[in-house]
Structures are given as C-alpha cells and as structure tokens.
Design a binder for this molecule. Structure first.
Ligand code: NAD
Length: 282
C-alpha cells in the first residue's frame, strides 16, 4: 500500500517525499481528511500549531488504524509576537502540540518563520537542539528561512536543520535556496507545491504536458517537484484529489517537460503567493 519513496534526512531518519498538508482545514474536518489521506496511502502529515487543527489531525491518525511508527508527523512552533520565546515557552508549545495530537513525539518539529526582526531564532534553535536530543521530535528543522538565516544558524549551532520548508512551485522555483540546501545537507520541502491551486494549474504550458501524459495538471506539477528532489505536501479536502495527488509514481516527465516547467519560473522573483519571510511578523 505504501509506495511513497522516502528521503534520508541528515540525522538518518526517513521522510516520505510526498505528504499531506492540512493548512486551512478546519479542526472538525481534519480528522476525516487525514484519515482519508492515510487510507489512500499517504504516510506523512504536515500540520502546525497555528493551523488550529492538531487535535483533528491526531484523531485522523488514530482513526486510520495505521500504526504510529508508519506515519511521519510534522508540526511547527508558532513563534509569533504574542510572547517571548524563551526555553520554557518553546518547550510548553511542544507539550501543547503533542497533547493536541495525542502523541508522545513528532517526527519533525519546525520553527515556522524566522521573523528576523525579532532576532530570537538562534535562541529558539538552542531549545530545538534540546528537543532533538530528548527524542520528542525525531528531527528538527526550520521553515521560511532565507540564506542569511541559515548562515546565522550555521555560525551559532552545530545542529544543521534537517529540513527547510519553503514556498516553492514552478512559478517560484527557489533555485538558489535549493542549491544551498543541497550543499549543506538540508532537505528542501515545498509548501504550496501546487501554487495553492490558483493560476499555475490552469496555465496552457502545464495543460499541454498534462494532456501528453494523460495526467492532471496537479500530477504534472507534483512530478516536477519529485524529479527536482523536493519533498512536496499538497493539500486537498476532496477525496478524489487526495488520491490523485498521490498517484504520481507511475509516470515520468522528460527533459523537455522539465525545461518547460522550469521556464515558467524564470525571473520569478515577484511570483510569491505567500508572505516574504524578510518582513513577515504576524
Ligand atoms: P497547495 O499548493 O497544496 O494547494 C492546495 C489547493 O490546490 C487546494 O486547496 C485546492 O484548491 C487545489 N488542489 C489540490 N489538489 C488539486 C488537484 N488535484 N487538482 C486541482 N486542484 C487541486 O497549497 P497549500 O495548502 O498552501 O500548501 C500545502 C501545505 O503546505 C499546507 O497545507 C501546509 O501544510 C503547508 N504550508 C506551509 C506553510 C509554511 O509557512 N510553512 C505555508 C503554507 C502552506
């Protein structure tokens, strides 16, 4: 049933290369969506404290009947401006997330945003070192970190993030950051991998490739991610799409297809959908 290949993270743990994201899924719907995804064969779920659906996510994992050790669970510290993120606050936030998920550990715990203007991600990362050592997160990483943020962590901590989860899709391909990750042994995880289902999936260039392969636009975009070496976490609450987004291991894009998709993002500096991590501090 589980056919999703994994990537070996820099701490030796294995993470599925395709997972299921639950941003904007209401807590009450998350149980059904997560259980549907696990029944379809996903083995990786991406939630976050700020999504407000860790409880539903945990219930979905329990309801699926899939063994805990077969599911890779990611959540994220909402290091928002509501308080100072000293050691105790960070540890309590993880306690809260674990309690809501109904789990004794997560597989990956991420700092959600660098918030460079607050100048506190290095001290948060020091607590993440402790969390990794405790086993309450099998791996720790970051999200939305820019090259300068990764440089600061590298200068101040021996622990290299296992993952940097960033906005990444053909319209915003993050070429420079992906190369930096590869150099440093950081896995690249793509959020909004389908460009949030907006313009990207209806572009004629994507449709032409999809038609040629007898696949959907979403499947073509997910293949682009996989063939670049990205981890992707598409979201859907529609059972047919949940299954469709996982059914991407039976075909391959050729070099021409990849080049056509790469060309969509050429000069893509302005094609972000989400916030810019340099200024995001909500
Ligand atoms: P996405 O790119 O996965 O797009 C999801 C949307 O695309 C769906 O709501 C639906 O409208 C459409 N869609 C999905 N499957 C489709 C299909 N087969 N055919 C046609 N349309 C389809 O966007 P996302 O939800 O923003 O990102 C995925 C996950 O990434 C989130 O759920 C979350 O887990 C994570 N994320 C993380 C951050 C972060 O800051 N770390 C930010 C945003 C999202």
């Amino acid at each position: 049933m589980n056919q999703v290949p994994t990537v070996t993270l820099n701490n030796g743990t294995h993470m599925p290369r395709l997972g299921f994201g639950v941003w904007q899924v209401p807590d009450a719907e998350a149980e059904r969506a997560v259980a549907t995804a696990l029944e379809a064969g996903y083995r990786s779920i991406d939630t976050a404290a700020v999504y407000g659906n860790e409880s539903g996510t945990g219930k979905g994992i329990a309801a699926s009947g899939v063994a805990r050790e077969e599911v890779f669970v990611t959540t994220k510290l909402w290091n928002g401006p509501s308080r100072k993120w000293g050691r105790d606050a960070v540890l309590h936030a993880l306690d809260d997330s674990l309690a809501k998920l109904g789990l004794d550990h997560v597989d990956l715990y991420l700092i959600h945003w660098p918030r460079p203007m607050r100048d506190d991600f290095v001290s948060i990362w020091k607590t993440f070192e402790e969390i990794a050592a405790s086993g309450r997160a099998k791996a720790v990483g970051v999200s939305n970190f820019r090259p300068a943020d990764l440089d600061r962590l590298a200068a101040e901590s021996p622990l290299v993030p296992a993952v940097n989860q960033i906005e990444l899709h053909p319209l915003f391909p993050q070429t420079e950051l992906r190369a930096l990750h590869a150099e440093r042994g950081i896995a690249t995880e793509a959020w909004s991998p389908l460009g949030q289902g907006k313009g990207l999936l209806t572009l004629p260039e994507v449709a032409a490739i999809a038609d040629r392969h007898g696949r959907s636009a979403a499947q073509v975009v997910l293949r682009w991610h996989l063939q670049l070496g990205n981890i992707a976490i598409p979201k859907s609450v529609t059972p047919a799409r949940i299954r469709e987004n996982l059914d991407v291991f039976g075909f391959e894009l050729d070099a021409g297809d990849m080049a056509a998709l790469d060309a969509l993002g050429a000069g893509g500096a302005g094609r972000r959908i989400g916030p810019d991590p340099a200024v995001f501090d909500v």
